[in-house]
Every structure is written in C-alpha cells, then in structure tokens.
Design a protein. Sequence first.
Length: 392
Amino acid sequence: MGDILQQGRGLADQLIAFRRDLHQFPELSFQEARTAGKVADELARLGLAFHRNVGGHGIVADLPGGKPGPTIALRADMDALPITEQSDLEFASRNPGVMHACGHDAHTAILLGAAILLRAKQNELAGTVRFLFQSAEEINAGADAMIEAGALEGVAEIYGLHNLPTLAAGKAATRKGAMMGSVGRIEITVEGRGGHGAIPEQSIDPVVAASAIVMALQTAVSRELSPFEPAVVTIGSIKAGEANNVIPETATMTGTVRAFSDLVHVRLPEIIERIAVHTAQAYRCRAVLKYTSQVPVLVNDSRCNDFVHETIQSQLGDSQCLTAEPTLAGEDFAKYLQRIPGCFFWLGSGPTQGAEQAYGLHHPQYRLNEQCIPLGASLLAAIAAKRLTPES
C-alpha cells in the first residue's frame, strides 16, 4: 500500500476542483440534490453500481473485490449550514445564507477520492467496500435515515473522518472509546399571564421565571453530576414578547445538552425537567419541557481504532498520528457505531504555519487547508485496502 499516498497526491487537482465546485453551491440538510448529482456522475464514470435517494439524497455505492470477504463501509457527509460566508475566497458560496462551514464539501471529495483509489485496486481486495455519501448530518438526522433505508445491511465495520481546522494539515488524531459527546435538544415553554409592564402585580411574568430557569439549570451539571462526568447544558435562544412595555403570556427557550457517557445522557432529561418545572412554579408560572435525544456518545471500537491508528502511522509516520482530545461536540456517525464496530478520526485541515489564523468549524470565516483532501482520500483508501487484504 506504499503507493496510495503518492496516488492520492496525483488526484489533488481533480479532488480540489470537485470540492470547490461543491463549496460554491452548498445545500442544506435533506436538500443536497445538486451535490448528490455531482457525486453520482463521478461514480458512474468509475463504473460503480450505486443507489440514489437513500435516506434523503444519500448515495450508497459498492465496490466488490476480486475475492470474497467482509463488507467495509466508508462514510462522508454532504450537507452545509445556514451561515453567511465571510471567507473572501474566490470560490465562496453563491447561495445566500448557506455555507460549507464544516467542510462537508471536502469530506465528499475525500470519499470520492478514496473510491477512485480503491477502484484501481479492486482485484486485490478480499471483500467489498461500501461508500456512504450521507445527507443531513448537521441536523443529526441523516445517519438514522440511511440506516432505516438499509445502508448498513451486510456491513461488518465502518470508518469515517472529520476535518479539524485546529489540527495542522498533514496530521491525524484517533481516540479509543468515547471520543465525542451525546447531543440532546431542549425546548422549554414558560407560561404566565400577560399584562401591562407598568402594572406587574396584575400579571404573572414568564420572562422573570425563564431567567431564573436559565440560572438554575447551571446546577444540573455543577451540583447533580460528578465532576468526573463531563456534561454541558446550554440555553442558546430565549424569545418572549414584542413590546418593551408589555409582559407577555409566554417565554420560550431552546438549548443543547451534551454528555460523555450514556448514563449521564439518560439522566439529564429528568434533572432538567424537574429544575424547569419547579423553578417556574416558584414564580407562579408553568413550564413544559420537550426533550429530543438526537445523537448518542460516539464510541470507537478499540480494535478498529488500533487498526486505524496503525494504518495512519504506516502512511504518515508516528509523529503525525496523535491521540485526540475528547470533545462534547456531537456527530451522527455515532449512530452507525451503535450498531457495528468502527472508528471515526480527525483529519488535520488547519494551517501548517503557526502564525496563520485558524477559524473553527461553523465559523463564517472558516477556511479549509486543501492539502488535507488528497491525504484524507489516501488514508480512507489505505484503511479499507489494508482491512480487505487477505492476510490481514
């Protein structure tokens, strides 16, 4: 497999051009029709059999090897975010208010590159490679939709990556066990009684109650969970009323809940509901919680993680493959890992010079170091090729 990196570098111009085209025309979750069409065109040129509209606009393509063996899946996400781009790139988004601020355009190009590299080695493979081009990761719905449509049927293991702009291009990072947090969405409605802002005693103010709930929710982590159990409860939006001198009938809040263990993930809804309901009662209001569990903790299989780590080291060298720090950011790749073994890893996509500014994921000025694209394609191809080598 020593030639995979060199072959990947040979695809750099093609894959970067493909990524830039996708970057100019980003599409939101479950709206990725153009993106999927571009992928389908390239897969057809490769002569791969594939299915479209899997779990939304998802595509599933199979590459059978020259010998029988297991089916190994590689996955990329394709959707963009509702963000107005401020990168000043020549190929910046042409779709107002939509941006590939998380690099899914690069992930799509990377998986396409892996398909090209593996197509050239098809007869050497003892098994099948399944390529999953997934919709709607950003809203934590695409993996479920793909699974329900049968994308994992017959798959033994799954592998994927995500670019990381705070890690220099040319590096990668893996982590055994829990790597990324669970994700829950909370919606709290606080009901009071409206009235004149100058006569508060004739009303029941839901704004004051909502403010108290925001503060009280901070104790869900600081006083009800062990300090050795990472978790976050964040209220991201509060909406109430329209006029400065009117006490509204209701106040609504939305937020996100993250945890790093399934036990905490299961406990948090009850804690949040109790705090919200009883705090509201103290202010003569009524609170109703809607809790949506979106993504479980992303847990890498230890054996698969060791395999990925060793493969990356063999391609890049020991110093370029790091141990990833845990994060409470979530990823719906965790849904696949609930069902079959696999590994998800970080691919460096940041500046290689320390003085350069690295904007994080979901930032309107986010920029991806395109050196990571041929490298990512080579790594995914190497993982699948090594896993499907007869003696491995």
